[in-house]
Write a protein that binds this ligand. Structure first.
Ligand code: BDR
Ligand code: CA
Length: 321
């Protein structure tokens, strides 16, 4: 199993991604950094610590990351999607563990040096901390194995503007630096996350578990489903962040995933935050693009929802609450 650094804005689907990584035999989670997005970096850190304790993994260090994006300031998050506390108004007991010393970016750089050539990054929030780490240590891309990013939209529409997805829209300047850094990126855009949804029957399976983590996640998803009702007309939800986790560890496989160049629009016009993916090869089955290093996942081989439920049900099987 590989050492992993998770960067997140915990968030309901971030909580699912965290639980997925904890349960995966292919991931050895060595550190977590939080960033403002769904909630502030500080609230995201609180949620992350509390979830880790509930899952019996309080030893995983959590570092506080950036409160504000590179340009401007944190806009207050998305309480209508994730609830005011970020986890669908579910109350978890407050973890005994505190934050690790230093910033999230410092933690990432340190882990990369501790595991040269091996560390894998999963980024499921705005990319502010990852860009900060690149500035702290420009050798970072050569030190890590790869980075998987939940963010952006290829052919799909955006979810905060016509073209921009939230994680990119919340810090386009940081995202532009991360996509241009010269490392192997797997991008998990809305194209694939919006077309592999979790249904109410799956949520009921989580709620029926005897494990405290699947049950808490099932409760959080109740809130998320109510928001998605306005998107899909029925109680279900996208699973953005856990899908990125599953693709990173190989729990599911991509069907169509061309390796292309991706630019991020940092202008102030209507394109701000768009991920401009060079998908012109579509009509020729995506021939190789010299120098391109971003694998853009457009569709899956597998049915993700049953796999996700199975993995989540295995979290802290031995713990009862
Ligand atoms: C992304 O934005 C956040 O709301 C979610 O946690 C996910 O990472 C989806 O656009
Ligand atoms: Ca997220």
């Amino acid at each position: 199993s590989h050492p992993f650094y998770l960067d997140c804005d915990t968030g309901i689907d971030d909580a699912l991604a965290l639980a997925y990584l904890l349960a995966s035999p292919h991931a050895d989670l060595r550190g977590i950094g939080t960033v403002s997005g769904n909630v502030s970096a500080a609230v995201g850190a609180r949620n992350t610590l509390d979830l880790l304790e509930l899952a019996g993994h309080a030893h995983v260090p959590v570092a506080l990351g950036a409160h504000d994006p590179q340009a401007g300031s944190f806009g207050g998050g998305a309480p209508w999607v994730h609830g005011a506390n970020g986890i669908g108004e579910v109350t978890l007991s407050t973890a005994a563990a505190g934050l690790a010393a230093g910033t999230a970016a410092e933690m990432l750089v340190r882990l990369a040096h501790e595991h040269p050539g091996q560390l894998r990054i999963l980024a499921v929030g705005p990319l502010t901390n990852i860009a900060a780490a690149l500035r702290l240590d420009p050798e970072l891309p050569a030190l890590v194995q790869d980075i998987t990013i939940m963010g952006g939209a290829a052919f799909a529409p955006g979810n905060v503007t016509a073209v921009a997805e939230a994680n990119i829209a919340n810090d386009p300047e940081a995202a532009a630096e991360v996509f241009a850094a010269g490392w192997d990126v797997t991008m998990v855009p809305l194209d694939v996350t919006m077309s592999n949804v979790l249904e109410e029957s799956h949520r009921q399976e989580l709620l029926a578990s005897s494990g405290p983590v699947p049950r808490a996640l099932g409760e959080m998803l109740g809130y998320y489903f109510r928001f998605y009702e306005s998107q899909f007309g029925r109680a279900c939800s996208a699973m953005h962040d856990p899908l990125a986790a599953a693709l990173a560890v190989g729990g599911v496989s991509a069907a169509v995933a061309p390796v292309v160049t991706v630019d991020v629009d940092t202008t102030s016009g209507p394109g701000r935050g768009q991920t401009i993916c060079d998908l012109r090869g579509r009509y020729m089955d995506y021939p190789e693009q010299p120098g391109a290093r971003c694998r853009v996942v457009l569709s899956l081989e597998d049915d993700f929802a049953p796999h996700l439920v199975e993995v989540l049900l295995s979290v802290s099987e031995s713990t009862t609450a």
